[in-house]
Design a protein around this ligand. Structure first.
Ligand SMILES: Nc1ncnc2c1ncn2[C@@H]1O[C@H](COP(=O)(O)OP(=O)(O)OP(=O)(O)O)[C@@H](O)[C@H]1O
Ligand SMILES: [Mg+2]
Length: 118
């Protein structure tokens, strides 16, 4: 079996829940809480689930558009979870997100990074 292109382990993204005039943090919204999967070269992964279950947030974390709270993301055998953003150059047109509303609500995307350090 070839090594997966993308390996996601224990991915979590928690958003603070703020309340009141001073915007105090009163809790954490667990948008993504322990997601793991592999995607092989040439494969497309579809995420399907009810609205608000965390599909878009999962994709945004993997693309590092937002920082994951916990977990690891490996791309082409390289740990990219904490790589500085300038070293993650999303190739234009190579990252896709598509969403469909309705009962088959889901997101499909694939990701590719090019590292400036290669
Ligand atoms: N920037 C944010 N700040 C606070 N909460 C957020 C933020 N982004 C998403 N959330 C919350 O995280 C949860 C997951 O949202 P997400 O957009 O990932 O769901 P989704 O599965 O893509 O939903 P949909 O099918 O409607 O697109 C929701 O409860 C949402 O309100
Ligand atoms: Mg969404």
């Amino acid at each position: 079996m070839p090594e997966p292109l993308l390996e996601v382990r224990g991915l979590c993204k928690h958003f603070p829940i703020r309340r009141g005039l001073l915007s105090r943090t009163v809790g954490q919204l667990r948008a993504v809480d322990g997601v793991s999967f592999d995607v092989g070269a040439g494969e497309v992964l579809g995420l399907v689930g009810e609205s608000g279950c965390g599909k878009t947030t999962t994709g945004r974390c993997i693309l590092r558009l937002i920082e994951p709270t916990a977990g690891s993301i490996r791309f082409a055998g390289r740990e990219v979870t904490h790589l500085p953003r300038r070293e993650l150059r999303p190739t234009r047109g190579a990252t896709r997100t598509s969403s469909r509303a309705g009962s088959a609500s889901g997101s499909a995307w694939h990701a590719r990074w090019r590292s400036t350090r290669a």
